[in-house]
Design a protein around this ligand. Structure first.
Ligand code: F6P
Length: 323
């Protein structure tokens, strides 16, 4: 192999730069040229790519975001878009591609792989909803950011005897909310995977108030049937008695923009290096993920065909600890 390309796609995640750096440096170490594609699949279609040297990826391991830029490309979902991407890859002499991203990005990787192009995916999304990796790049840092916010909200909530609905990201997956709730000591967690009756939640908050709690923190996943705004509106319209005065904080993209912590830097470096190692062995059509403490490959066909289940033990833990 002489030339490979790397791109980041979908929502950016802290640690993507560390993964790019690892792909570039381990690729060059193998005697290859590594090309960086800008703006995800859109850059493949537009031919927006240039060779990256070892120095080009210097000083980025500690940076959030992605130096290559990311996008969600509608054009790549069309047959013409994919054919154009493939044509350009061949034209530029690119022999394999490393795709760093989450669910949508790995679905694209699978399609390219089915079209006969050698692809290796690297599991990266703050949502942690990707089959084939127990934890994905960016989750740990996003969680730390959510926790910092929750810790601060608790301080002001206690001063005013208030309840806070804190909404965290995660798309359709409740993982981030669940673990933020456990690690943040929340009074309740609302996630898409568990049906929540707002009346029951209101009763729990009232009970906490009557027991003399200084505050109530409810972590709400953005993908839950009632998101934070929806819950606040329900309580308002139904004149639910909460005891506490209520406030809503939506963390949103703040969770994505942080500088990667040690865990994400290491995970991304390991996965990036494993991606080029697989390509060097002629293995592709797989996703690099963390399984039982090791970086392992899962076929992309399996990744796209399966939904990662939420750990039932964590759901039970959140319930038991929210006393
Ligand atoms: O997939 C990552 C994620 O941050 C989700 O948690 C969120 O729902 C979505 O991306 C937001 O997408 P965008 O950045 O396009 O607004």
């Amino acid at each position: 192999m002489k030339r490979i390309a790397v791109l980041t796609s979908g929502g950016d995640a802290p640690g993507m730069n560390a993964a790019i750096r690892a792909v570039v440096r381990t690729g060059i170490d193998k005697g290859w040229e590594v090309v960086g594609v800008r703006h995800g699949y859109a850059g493949l279609i537009d031919g927006d790519m240039d060779a990256l040297g070892v120095r080009d990826v210097g000083g980025i391991i500690q940076q959030g975001g992605t130096i290559l830029g990311s996008a969600r490309s509608a054009e790549f979902r069309t047959e013409q878009g994919r054919a154009q991407a493939l044509r350009l890859l061949h034209q530029r002499g690119v022999e394999a591609l490393v795709i760093i991203g989450g669910n949508g990005s790995q679905a694209g990787a699978h399609v390219l792989s089915q079209m006969g192009f050698p692809v290796v995916g690297v599991a990266s999304t703050i949502d942690n909803d990707l089959y084939g990796s127990e934890i994905t790049i960016g989750v740990d840092t996003a969680l730390d950011i959510a926790l910092e916010a929750i810790d601060r909200l608790k301080v002001t909530a206690s001063s005013h005897h208030r309840a806070f609905l804190v909404e965290v990201m995660g798309r359709d997956c409740g993982y981030l909310a669940l673990v933020a709730g456990i690690a943040g000591g929340a009074e309740a967690v609302i996630i898409p995977e568990v049906e929540t009756d707002p009346e029951v939640l209101a009763a729990e908050m009232r009970e906490a108030y009557e027991r003399g709690k200084a505050h109530a923190i409810v972590v709400v996943a953005e993908g839950a049937r009632y998101n934070a705004e929806g819950l606040a509106q329900y309580f308002h319209e139904h004149r639910a008695r909460l005891g506490f005065d209520l406030r809503v904080t939506t963390l949103g993209h703040v969770q994505r923009g942080g500088a990667p912590g040690a865990f994400d830097r290491l995970l991304a470096s390991r996965m990036g290096a494993a991606a080029t190692a697989h390509l060097a062995r002629g293995e592709h059509g797989v996703l690099m993920g963390l399984l039982r403490g090791e970086i392992r490959a899962t076929p992309l066909a399996e990744v796209v065909a399966n939904k990662k289940p939420l750990d039932e033990h964590l759901i039970e833990l959140a319930r038991a600890l929210a006393a």
